[in-house]
Design a protein around this ligand. Structure first.
Ligand SMILES: C[S@@+](CC[C@H](N)C(=O)[O-])C[C@H]1O[C@@H](n2cnc3c(N)ncnc32)[C@H](O)[C@@H]1O
Length: 365
């Protein structure tokens, strides 16, 4: 295992066609509505303005769904007070697509006294002026680590199945990233302001490797199965697959609370209003369970979902490493998704993606 040759690429660079494949994310964001209203009521009237910061907003309609309930709830408190909505993401986000949606029919600019802004950077750093944010949200994004890792991980592409040194190195980065995330929010939030984080999560399970069951375990194991088949057929190198790991971490309740319990500055900064992991509100046992009786659609949706979040990582850190040219990498990508789709079509339900959702609500003291 080598930790000093960690890949420098951002974890989510070149995400593909997000809006078309964000079914699970959209369900999760919609299910947060009541928590957003709760946080607005806890935060109360704000002066000089009510400022929202949505971290890891993405390019699509979910970025609007993430802020609308807070705007509506704040309008109950202040029918015409100024509202600022700041969307935070990395430079490669499709900002043009996002601002076209925001200004469109389903956007929120029809309300008067709202201005919209963007903050471009990493949510592991400070993304807004100190003390300026009333409500910060981060939906289906904080599970991306700050960078990709190159560790030796034979037999898996997924953090929860790592063991030994590889697991230690991974967990060290995950925990340090999460502590940075919390410290950055402690700086940005105004006193009384809240941060809501909701993403894929894990729960204790003695029958699983490392005693935790992470969201989507069968899906990540299916991804490895398909890639290992490509190694057997001479399309991918075993060495490249053994060093590929998705830079994704689905925390448990203990994982998210530990930095607050262990660091005096964070303990002094936050009151924990909610910290829980539960089954997703929609299709918790199989993200595309509604399509089980239609194997072609079922398989296509799963392949699209993996393309949406994972094609960029697979290309940059696996297929490109096994290809001499871009065309060859394109062919490997195509072959992978063709095989992945065939696997899901052959046995619908066998590799179903389970979704466990984290809800964390913190209030700045
Ligand atoms: C799966 S999308 C979620 C988008 C949206 N929040 C939703 O719920 O659909 C994850 C987003 O997080 C962003 N992201 C990942 N790591 C980030 C980081 N360190 N800082 C800011 N944004 C990040 C990605 O660029 C991507 O747009």
């Amino acid at each position: 295992m080598s930790s000093d040759d960690d890949a420098k690429d951002l974890a989510t660079e070149h995400m593909v066609d997000y809006d078309r494949h964000s079914h699970m994310q959209s369900n999760l964001v919609r299910s947060r509505k009541e928590w957003l209203k709760f946080a607005v009521s806890k935060t109360g009237l704000q002066s000089p303005e009510f400022r929202l910061l949505d971290l890891g907003c993405g390019p699509g309609h979910t970025a609007i769904e993430a802020v609308k309930p807070s705007i509506e709830a704040y309008r109950q408190l202040s029918p015409d007070g100024t509202i600022a909505v700041c969307h935070g993401d990395q430079p490669h986000n499709d900002w043009n697509a996002l601002f076209a949606l925001i200004g469109g029919k389903s956007g929120y600019l029809i309300d008067k006294n709202i201005r919209t802004e963007a903050s471009v950077g990493s949510f592991y750093d400070v993304m807004a002026s100190p003390g300026s944010v009333s409500i910060a949200t981060c939906f289906v994004a904080s599970h991306w680590l700050s960078r990709a890792m190159l560790i030796t991980s034979p037999g898996t592409v997924w953090y929860a199945d790592l063991t030994g040194d590889a697991r230690s190195a991974f967990m060290q980065l995950a925990q340090s990233d999460w502590t940075r995330f919390l410290r950055s929010r402690a700086i940005e939030l105004t006193s009384g302001g809240c941060v809501i984080v909701s993403t894929l999560a894990s729960i204790p399970d003695p029958n699983e490797t490392n005693g935790i069951r992470g969201s989507a375990r069968h899906l990540y194991r299916a991804i490895h199965k398909v890639a290992a088949g490509m190694v057997d057929d001479g399309l991918l190198s075993k060495e490249a697959l053994d060093r590929f790991i998705f830079p994704l971490w689905f925390p448990t309740v203990d994982d998210v609370l530990n930095p607050i319990l262990e660091n005096d500055d964070l303990a002094a900064a936050f009151d924990v209003l909610e910290a829980s992991v539960e089954d997703a509100a929609v299709n918790p046992q199989d993200a595309y369970g509604d399509y089980l009786a239609q194997p072609d659609e079922y398989a296509e949706l799963y392949a699209g979902y993996v393309r949406g979040f994972g094609e960029s990582s697979l290309r940059l850190h696996l297929f490109d490493r096994c290809a001499a040219t871009q065309e060859e990498s394109d062919r490997l990508t195509h072959a992978f998704f063709e095989r992945f789709e065939a696997l899901y079509r052959k046995e619908p339900g066998r590799y179903a993606s389970e979704t466990l959702t984290l809800t964390l609500v913190l209030q700045r003291r």
